[in-house]
Design a protein around this ligand. Sequence first.
Ligand code: GLA
Length: 393
Amino acid sequence: MRRSRITTVLCGLAALAVFSARSDAQRAASASSTPTGLAPTPPMGWNSWNKFGCRIDEQLIRETADAMVSSGMRDAGYKYVNIDDCWEAPARDANGDLATEPTRFPGGMKALADYVHSKGLKIGIYSSAGTGTCQRRPASLDHEVADAKKFAEWGIDYLKYDNCNNEKRPALERYKAMGDALKATGRPIVYSLCEWGENKPWEWGRTVGGQLWRTTGDISDRWTSMVRLLDKQVGLEKYSGPNAWNDPDMLEVGNGRMTNTEYITHFSLWALLNAPLIAGNDLRSMSDSTKMILMNREVIAVDQDWGGKQGSRVRDDGELQVWMKPMASGDRAVILLNRSSTPFHLRVTMKELGLSSGQHRARDVWAHTDVTVGPEVSALLEPHGVKMYIIKR
Ligand code: GLA
């Protein structure tokens, strides 16, 4: 009797162990089974706007494609070369089609797309769901079918679709019209909604065919701008997933108005948020520290890993915060963040991170060292700095 009770208890424990082992394995399997679609992981690439604004031409785009290859960015996962506003001629052509600005893009968009493709890369373009772009060039409202057709003809792989001059017409309707038009071309074109988060695009972005949507207004190359956008991501984690990414705007890494420490913080947080990693600097003249940040493969791997949920803030002490993202393996990517301008010591327990309280192996993804942590992890953080770990389950 006694023995059978013990056996029952042991069997029960074994079953529980098998059950939890299985659910972890299943969770890892379902989270890591390769999703299909146009953006199964957050898109990675480059965009002209943050650094160059309207000072763009075909030579810049070609040289950027070259630099994406020669710097190692392509091999690190960056593949889209995206042309933002100001590629457009001031007026539509005689057929009513969008045309390329002839003095800065004399070879035309098709030849440029062919060049970018010849480098093993993809090319993106920009328009607005309005009567004009933000820089008052012709845009696509009520021209969706013709413009999408043109983009497909040119060999475009990615459209960033802005929100300027929208005549206050309903966003969902305007963004759906372009989503339908892109689909009708038959060409796979990533559809990036740049609606600035005004009408909660995270709630309907998927339904209009979008793979990513801006959640905020524009970033600028300043610490205060970056953290302001970061705060707006809180609570949006449940809307993100394969082919449906929250976009807190493009990267400013390497543009010169934040410190290196701040750029490391920016890149770490964007990766933890499964943000699209769209570099916004001059790839032709990157410093070693910019390259070290943009091509940190351990951090990129966090961005590209879909563990079932975008990373989120798990502790908010004001200036000191902890952000955590479950990885597909069951490991946890963790960021200890110091937003203040003085150094601070921060501690977090394994329990707060949803891990067992004992010791765990961990990886410091900026120092590239293996460490042991638990029952807590603690670090002295530089002003505006982070420590980022992957803590093994
Ligand atoms: C808006 C967008 C920016 C950029 C500019 C171009 O402000 O949000 O990302 O595309 O327009 O004019």
